[in-house]
Design a binder for this molecule. Structure first.
Ligand code: NAD
Ligand code: UDP
Length: 328
């Protein structure tokens, strides 16, 4: 597997790119900004702060190679950039269902605007797509060739169908305008800087456990997910952008857990006396999810390095420091 430090020094020795990160103040976007800035790249982060926070980027504010712009990707913008990392879109079901019409607009219009920008300035664009394009999958685990099983009418559709049309737009820009595209299908990723009220399962369980509250298990907890630590994911993202394969490429950790298993691990780490409480399974909640990562291994030389126990330790330490700090 290629080492990220090697990768970063390759970026450094090759060229300093002008990188635009949409959604740069969010969870993944701010970690990507850190990696690119630490590699000596120029970075412009753009965000409307719906689920992102300026504090995620405070370490770079004032740096000569860094800029932060408040902007909504549903509106066009003119910038001179070489690379567009298009991450802007709420990722947690709680947030993308808050205003589903806005989520669909962000997915379609946001991607359309960023592809238009990429075309105008000749930039390469990477789309942060998702395992949600597979919907509630009938094939398990999921390879990129699987076309998915998505309900067009349900409460997750604004996001799932939004990402599907975003992928379609990328390929149409490639076919019509030769735009250089990279599509990454991201599976559940966790780590420091998730919002405490983010609503996703890892942050929910950690925050509930740290606050001494019952862990909320939706349904019977037998549904599965595969959890990737953020550093691994960002490494895969950079390799995909720098490589030649347009994707789509699955990036995620193939080790699969039931939600109940995840709850047990976090309870054991933080407070074995905590209770579980069952809540209804949300509509269209996928029952199973696990990536096939053969393509990422072959094309990018990528596989995850961080196991769940180690990734959770780092995430728990971060939440502990924040829950007692003034940022919360
Ligand atoms: P996040 O919610 O932390 O980050 C999204 C960022 O986009 C936030 O900073 C938000 O304020 C910004 N944003 C939202 N709508 C915007 C708009 N209209 N204009 C400008 N900015 C806007 O989520 P994340 O986990 O960092 O996800 C980043 C990307 O990765 C998303 O596109 C998401 O769909 C994708 N993804 C993430 C995961 C995961 O597990 N983290 C899984 C699959 C896909
Ligand atoms: N989930 C849960 N309790 C929570 C939050 C989520 O049991 O407090 C479940 C949810 O129903 C889903 C899984 O955990 O089956 C992952 O949910 P998340 O929102 O993290 O991501 P996604 O469903 O988009 O994969």
């Amino acid at each position: 597997m290629k080492d990220l430090n090697q990768e970063q020094s390759t970026i450094q020795s090759r060229k300093v790119y002008r990188n635009l990160i949409t959604g740069g103040a969010g969870f993944l976007g701010s970690h990507l900004a850190d990696k690119l800035m630490n590699a000596g790249q120029e970075v412009i982060c753009l965000d409307n702060y719906f689920t992102g926070r300026k504090s995620n980027l405070k370490q770079w504010i004032g740096h000569p190679k860094f800029e932060l712009i408040r902007h909504d990707v549903t509106e066009p913008i003119t910038l001179e950039v070489d690379r567009i990392w298009h991450l802007a879109c709420p990722a947690s079901p709680v947030h993308y269902q808050f205003n589903p019409i806005k989520t669909a607009k962000t997915s379609f219009l946001g991607t359309y605007n960023m592809l238009g920008l990429a075309r105008r300035v000749g930039a390469r664009i990477l789309l942060a797509s998702t395992s949600e394009v597979y919907g509630d999958p009938e094939i398990h685990p999921q390879p990129e060739s699987y076309r998915g099983c998505v309900n067009t009418l349900g409460i997750r559709s604004c996001y799932d169908e939004g990402k599907r049309i975003a992928e379609t737009l990328c390929f149409d820009y490639q076919r019509m305008h030769n735009t250089q595209i990279r599509i990454m299908r991201i599976f559940n990723t966790y780590g420091p800087r998730m919002l405490p009220e983010d609503g996703r399962v890892v942050s929910n369980f950690i925050v509930q456990a740290l606050r001494g509250k019952e862990l909320t298990i939706y349904g019977d907890g037998q549904q599965t997910r595969s959890f990737c630590y953020v550093d691994d994911l960002i490494e895969g993202m950079i390799l995909l952008m720098n490589g030649v394969h347009p994707g789509p490429i699955n990036v995620g950790n193939p080790k699969e857990f039931t939600i109940l298993e995840l709850a047990e691990i976090i309870r054991k780490k933080l407070n074995p006396n905590l209770k579980f409480t069952n809540k209804p399974l949300p509509q269209d909640d996928p029952l199973q999810r696990q990536p096939v990562i053969d393509l990422a291994e072959k094309e990018l030389g990528w596989e995850p390095k961080t196991n769940l126990e180690d990734g959770l330790e780092k995430t728990i330490e971060w939440f502990k420091s924040k829950l007692t700090g003034e940022d919360f």
